[in-house]
Design a protein around this ligand. Structure first.
Ligand code: BYC
Ligand code: FE
Ligand code: FE
Length: 489
């Protein structure tokens, strides 16, 4: 046979190098070496900060053998530290253009334009920082998994978030030279929730203490990930666009885990209420005695994760966002499908602002309101899932509706960072907020109750009492499939 470099075919994942990839690393000695040197630090991070207690378990995981849909979903048992984390980009479109901003109409950039170097590096580093952060946040959850099916989904999400870190680190090594290398090191140094070297964005320093939080996180926060990746997928910097397009195919599974996870919790609660003839969703004590999570507490968890995730969109009115757009670096959701000039020179966009102490819509220059627009698209996307959860409740004949809280509620970033409100956006004094906070956000009791349910259920085909089994297995496996093989201690 010929040497491996001759065998490299665009689009096919090359497993001959230590780092599986479809970017021809075999012909790119400098970057291959840089990534090989970064690899041990990554594994060290995975062993110390990745899933605690399951590094020798065999997990039924999905990996990519090629980037077309068929070659992508290959399943097999792997020990997570042996997972082949790789660099996978969507196929290159030679005709692709910069589709918005001042450089609109130019050929998409295959290299980093000098004047946009700092901004691009910053966007890539922020994106990269969230990926390992989420793995750190979720590292203790395996121990309380409500089933082997759920445990496997957690680990699938974790290894893919690890791969997303690889995706950003590849861009840093390939396109940013020495400072790229330093940033890649930094991504392994920061730690979620650490006092001295925290992760960069707020929501990624919060705890994910239980499985309902995990499902809410993958529903709400991974969905911010989806929206941010969608807008970076529009980037005029083509390698970033291609990277994000492939990541989005993985992201879909993360949101599936979140939506069906919460849906199954809701379903189980409704079933138990019906079976016991406990029709009042607000009789929390009674519902909890059934060993399931009451709907008002599920609402509070949603309030918490939605509000934290809204903060990830930055300020409603942002010059950073305007600059990124104008520079052609970060576009709008579905940019190329929008029918306008893609320059936003005179356009306006309605922004929710605090006017005379009340939340009101105010027309702002659309260019400055890019974050707000993406956030609105995000809220619409969230609303879809909420509607599907409500269908489950309705079908059970229970009078309760889950809702997204007001965008003014519990905010740490932007227009509403300085005020406290009820979940429907009525402004509260500080005293009232302190007194009523527990009506809107999980309080200590709620946390303790949920924690009391978090007992491992690792028998094949069995599910913890508080969550319904899924409709279908992963990879169409039967109900009693052993998704994770845990070695006996
Ligand atoms: N926490 O102009 P502003 C994911 C800072 S999730 C702390 O309002 P901008 C995933 C900001 O940096 C997706 N600080 O905001 C999900 C700025 O600092 P400087 C992650 C914050 O820049 C689940 C200042 O406040 N990807 O992938 O327009 C599992 C004023 O900023 C926060 C991205 O975010 C915050 N929440 O927008 C795994 C994409 N928000 O300049 C993974 C890349 C803002 O004063 N990032 N600040 O020092 C971006 O596009 C933008 O940087 C942001 C902020 C949307 C984050
Ligand atoms: Fe990710
Ligand atoms: Fe994700």
């Amino acid at each position: 046979m010929t040497n491996s470099s001759a065998a490299y075919v665009e689009g096919v994942v090359d497993y001959s190098t230590k780092i599986p990839n479809n970017v021809g690393l075999v012909n790119d000695a400098r970057v291959l070496k840089a990534l090989e040197q970064w690899h041990p630090g990554y594994i060290d991070w995975w062993m110390t900060m990745g899933p605690d207690g399951f590094q020798t378990s065999e997990v039924y995981l999905r990996t990519a053998v090629s980037i077309d849909p068929k070659g992508w979903a290959q399943f097999d048992y792997v020990k997570m530290p042996e997972y082949r984390w790789g660099v996978l980009l969507a196929t290159k479109d030679e005709e692709r253009l910069v589709n918005f901003g001042a450089s609109k109409g130019e050929k998409a950039w295959q290299d980093v334009p000098g004047e946009h170097r700092a901004a691009l590096r910053r966007l890539i580093v922020i994106q990269g920082d969230t990926e390992p952060a989420s793995v750190e946040q979720q590292r203790h959850l395996g121990k309380t998994a409500p089933s082997l099916y759920d445990m496997r989904n957690l680990f699938q999400v974790n290894v893919e978030e690890g791969r997303h870190l690889w995706a950003m680190v590849y861009l840093l090594h390939k396109y940013f030279g020495r400072d790229g290398r330093e940033e890649a090191e930094g991504l392994l140094q920061r730690r979620s929730g650490d006092h001295d070297k925290p992760r960069m964005l707020g929501a990624f320093n919060e705890a994910t203490p239980d499985w309902l939080s995990f499902f809410m996180f993958t529903f709400f926060t991974d969905r911010d990930g989806k929206m941010q990746l969608e807008s970076l997928a529009q980037s005029g910097f083509d390698p970033l666009s291609r990277t994000c397009r492939f990541m989005l195919t993985e992201e879909a599974h993360h949101m599936f885990v979140g939506e069906t996870g919460v849906g199954r919790v809701v379903e189980r609660t409704c079933e138990a209420m019906k079976a016991a003839g406990a029709g009042d969703p607000y009789d929390i004590e009674r519902v909890r005695r059934l060993g399931v999570i009451d709907l008002p507490t599920i609402q509070k968890k949603a309030n918490f994760h939605y509000s934290l995730s809204l903060d990830l969109f930055g300020s409603e009115v942002s010059t950073n966002a305007a600059n990124y757009y104008n520079a052609g670096l970060k576009g709008r959701f579905m940019e190329t499908k929008i029918d306008d000039d893609h320059l936003l020179s005179n356009a306006k966009y309605p922004v929710f602002k605090l006017v005379d102490g009340q939340p009101k819509l105010v027309a702002e220059p659309a260019l400055s309101a890019i974050n707000m627009r993406l956030r609105d698209d995000y809220s619409k996307d969230c609303q879809g899932g909420i509607g599907r959860w409500n269908k489950i409740i309705e079908k059970a004949g229970i009078k309760f509706e889950l809702k997204l809280p007001s965008v003014a509620f519990h905010r740490g970033v932007g227009e509403f960072a300085g005020v406290e409100t009820t979940s429907d956006g009525t402004i509260l004094s500080n005293d009232e907020w302190l007194r009523r906070r527990g009506e809107f956000l999980p309080n200590e009791d709620d946390g303790a109750f949920i924690a009391s349910l978090m007992k491992p259920c690792w028998e094949k085909g069995k599910y913890a009492h508080w969550i319904a089994p899924p409709k279908v297995g992963i990879d169409n496996k039967p109900g009693d499939f052993e998704y994770v093989r845990i070695p006996r201690a």
